[in-house]
Structures are given as C-alpha cells and as structure tokens.
Write a protein that binds this ligand. Structure first.
Ligand code: ZN
Length: 64
C-alpha cells in the first residue's frame, strides 16, 4: 500500500472562536471562596482552589 493520500491525515481543525488555551483561559471559581481555581470553567463537579482543596483534604482526614 503506497497510497500517498494515506498520509494526508486531516490536521488539527482551526481553533474555535472561544477555545481557551491550556493556561490563561477562564478558570472555574472555587465553590467555597469564589477565587479562580486552576481548573477550566468546563470542569465538572465542584472545583476547589488549592487552598480550599487542601483544607478540605485536611478536614476529611481529621474528621471522625
Ligand atoms: Zn477556595
């Protein structure tokens, strides 16, 4: 199989109008303190900023 067109795979499509970059895009707000987290707005669930995430982790570890 030496079909030249085989390698002509479609390149990455053009970026959409509002596709955020990996860094610097709009970040989801922390559900506790409303500060921007390191997660994108499209993140599912309840994003926590590093501070709240750390506090929640400590709380879960110490409770009970
Ligand atoms: Zn927070």
């Amino acid at each position: 199989m030496d079909d030249d067109t085989y390698c002509a795979a479609p390149g990455p499509s053009a970026p959409g109008p509002d596709v955020p970059a990996d860094e610097g895009g709009p970040f989801a707000e922390c559900v506790l303190c409303r500060k921007p987290t390191e997660y994108p707005e499209s993140v599912k669930g309840a994003p926590l900023c590093p501070v709240c995430a750390w506090q929640e982790a400590g709380r879960n570890a110490c409770s009970g």
